[in-house]
Design a binder for this molecule. Structure first.
Ligand code: NDP
Ligand code: MG
Length: 387
């Protein structure tokens, strides 16, 4: 293999679930990648552990409290505070690859700055793509950087689509979440603790709740549209409870190609970091004989009302996907805070899409306003008990 330069990584959201899996890849390939810089929001313990192990040049904290307790310098690493500092680390000259593993649409400014600075991007932060898709795609036309999806389904599709002709439809697989077999009459009693258990993936709390109601798959349908340019009619979802097959491309002749792996984010992360090179070593032992039977079925609309809402928002376009995403982010926070029931989440998304004005071709400010308005709309409704 030809000698590669060690790539400098800027990892946003280093303390989260994707952040942790990314650090695992860096640990496995110390000659290929070095942690130049990273960010955490408030997790001081993880920040300290990362500094001790990886000695990044800069660590950015975005919550005031963590900044106070971490100080400004810790061993060999500088510690900076705030969103401006995120823009500085993603655009630092030394950085080759930016991994965006922040949760929520807060990822927008670092992502745009990374694109404008010509960095290769491994994008996990799907909320940014869903909210600002056309804006990001416009920026990518001006600054054609490589943006590799880390989301497992999209990473699988990205690999299946490479150098291939004659593809008709993209199929995203979905585990169906933790309530895939729960009788519908029990949905009103779902607790936070139950919603935080995922049957196959280990992930952060917000995406785990998103997965339970398939809001996550709705976000992913819109994400796939913006990443690959397929119309919504050509993006399908199939429930696959075992989470072994991550993406399917259906060919024009009626046959399909499938991408399969053990459900571990190490695969899409390593792929996106090494891209366009191939991952040069075994990541996890392939144990196809342990997969057992693989099942596929259609999602029922009554169980997953957020999925048709996502398709409708995607097809409506303009600020509708931003409203879908922000209403969900606020509703999930309200559910975590114990203010609403699980079943209220899709209802609040629906009410936001019905009740808020949708702008057809907004600029960046228009998307940001739509995002803020939807959060406010949901918060107000919850406060007034309009559920
Ligand atoms: P986690 O909740 O585990 O981690 C979120 C990260 O973002 C943490 O580092 C957190 O810091 C940081 N963060 C939280 N709020 C803010 C904020 N306002 N500003 C800056 N940073 C913030 O999430 P996941 O790792 O599960 O998910 C990250 C992203 O990747 C999401 O967009 C998700 O949809 C996507 N994704 C995740 C997958 C997974 O397997 N987990 C799979 C596919 C996509 P702190 O810990 O200090 O609070
Ligand atoms: Mg996914």
């Amino acid at each position: 293999m030809k000698e590669q330069k060690t790539m400098d990584i800027c990892l946003l959201g280093a303390s989260g679930s994707v952040g942790e899996s990314t650090l695992k890849v860096l640990r496995q390939f110390p000659d290929a990648f070095r942690l130049h810089s990273c960010s955490v929001h408030s997790n001081e313990d993880k920040a300290k552990a990362i500094i001790d192990e990886f000695s990044p040049q800069v660590l950015v904290v975005t919550s005031k409290k963590a900044k106070r307790t971490l100080g400004t310098r810790y061993k060999n690493s500088k510690i900076y505070y705030g969103e401006e500092a995120l823009l500085d680390i993603v655009s630092a000259t030394e950085v080759d690859i930016v991994v965006t593993a922040i949760v929520g649409s807060a990822g927008i400014f670092p992502t745009t700055k990374a694109i404008e600075s010509g960095k290769k991007i491994a994008i996990a932060n799907k909320e940014t793509l869903v909210t600002f898709g056309p804006y990001i795609n416009g920026l990518l036309q001006k600054h054609p950087v490589a943006m590799i999806p880390v989301d497992s389904e999209h990473n699988a599709l990205f690999q299946l689509l490479e150098d291939r002709q004659g593809i008709d439809t993209l199929v995203l697989t979905a585990s169906g979440g933790t309530f895939r077999d729960l009788p519908l009459e029990k949905f009103k009693d779902i607790t936070l603790e139950q919603a935080l258990k995922h049957p196959t993936w280990s992930m952060g709390p917000k995406i785990t709740i998103d997965s339970a109601g398939m809001v996550n798959k709705g976000l992913e349908v819109i994400e796939a549209h913006f990443l690959f340019g397929f119309p919504y009619e050509k993006i399908e979802v199939v429930i696959h409870p075992e989470s072994i097959v991550h993406g399917i491309v259906a060919l024009q002749d009626g046959a399909s190609l499938l991408y399969a792996s053990h459900p571990d984010m190490i695969f899409p992360i390593a792929h996106s970091l090494f891209y366009p090179e191939k991952v040069p070593a075994l990541l996890l032992e392939r144990k196809a004989h342990t997969w057992g039977a693989l099942h596929f079925r259609s999602p029922e609309a009554a169980r997953y009302p957020a999925l048709p809402l996502a398709y409708a928002a995607g097809k409506r376009s303009g600020t509708a996907p931003a409203i879908f995403n922000a209403a969900n982010e606020e509703a999930v926070s309200q559910f975590i805070a114990g203010n609403i029931q699980f079943v209220h989440i899709p209802q609040l998304i629906d009410a936001s899409l019905q009740g808020l004005e949708i702008s057809d071709s907004p600029d960046l400010q228009g998307y940001l306003e739509a995002d803020q308005n939807a959060r406010q709309f949901v918060a107000d409704r919850v406060k007034k008990g309009m559920l």
